[in-house]
Ligand binder design. Structure first.
Ligand code: ADP
Length: 189
């Protein structure tokens, strides 16, 4: 199975990504996690990545592709992947599509999770501290939601036009979101 989770901060990409990966025996590839792991390394690249993440700005496309591609290639040769937080820009989406062609694989579906900004903000502030993320402050959360709306939002019509987009209301308990995803996936595939 090859799926993509397209959702704003706080919508539950991580939770749903893990569940989908377990259900389909696919790799859960979380862009933010891989970038944070790289940022923890005391390298020049790590410090560069951290400087974008702490402000809630997107990490430049080429860096993201360099970090993510090996994981995607490995998963494509195995049980497939649930991409969580990648692609997040139109150039990344184009590069991901080119990579899929090169690897001879096709994306089965793109899952768009949506919820009002007020709900997303409340959730992110609620987990702040507990998750220990430097970008879970009120100002940075506002900025991340704005970046999503402006830069990642245009990927919704991009995948809709390809007929593989499903949209699920994320303002529900996690189990209901999972059920909604399963339901729509069954209908699409
Ligand atoms: P959230 O969706 O809650 O913001 P993530 O862990 O997915 O959490 O992303 C955290 C940060 O990691 C982003 O604000 C950005 O700096 C960086 N990041 C993650 N995915 C990408 C991506 N595909 N392109 C560029 N930057 C990314």
């Amino acid at each position: 199975m090859k799926l993509l989770l397209l959702a704003p901060p706080g919508a539950g990409k991580g939770t749903q990504g893990e569940r989908l990966a377990a259900r389909y025996g696919a790799a859960h590839i979380a862009a933010g996690d891989l970038l944070r792991a790289e940022a923890r390394a005391e390298s020049r690249l790590g410090r560069q990545i951290a400087s974008y993440q702490v402000r809630g700005d997107l990490v430049p496309d080429q860096i993201v592709l360099d970090v993510l591609t090996p994981a995607v290639v490995a998963a494509a040769a195995g049980g497939g992947y649930i991409l969580d937080g990648f692609p997040r820009t139109l150039p990344q989406a184009t590069a991901a599509a080119e990579l899929a062609v090169r690897l001879g694989v096709t994306l089965d579906a793109v899952i768009h999770l949506y919820a009002p900004d007020s709900v997303l903000t409340r959730r992110l502030l609620g987990r702040a501290g507990q998750a220990g993320r430097a970008d879970d402050t009120a100002d940075v959360i506002r900025h991340r939601l704005q970046v999503f709306a402006e830069t990642t939002g245009p990927l919704v019509p991009f995948y809709q036009e390809r007929g593989i987009l499903i949209a699920v209301d994320a303002d529900q308990p996690p189990e209901s979101v999972t059920a909604g995803i399963q339901d729509q996936l069954t209908r699409l595939l």
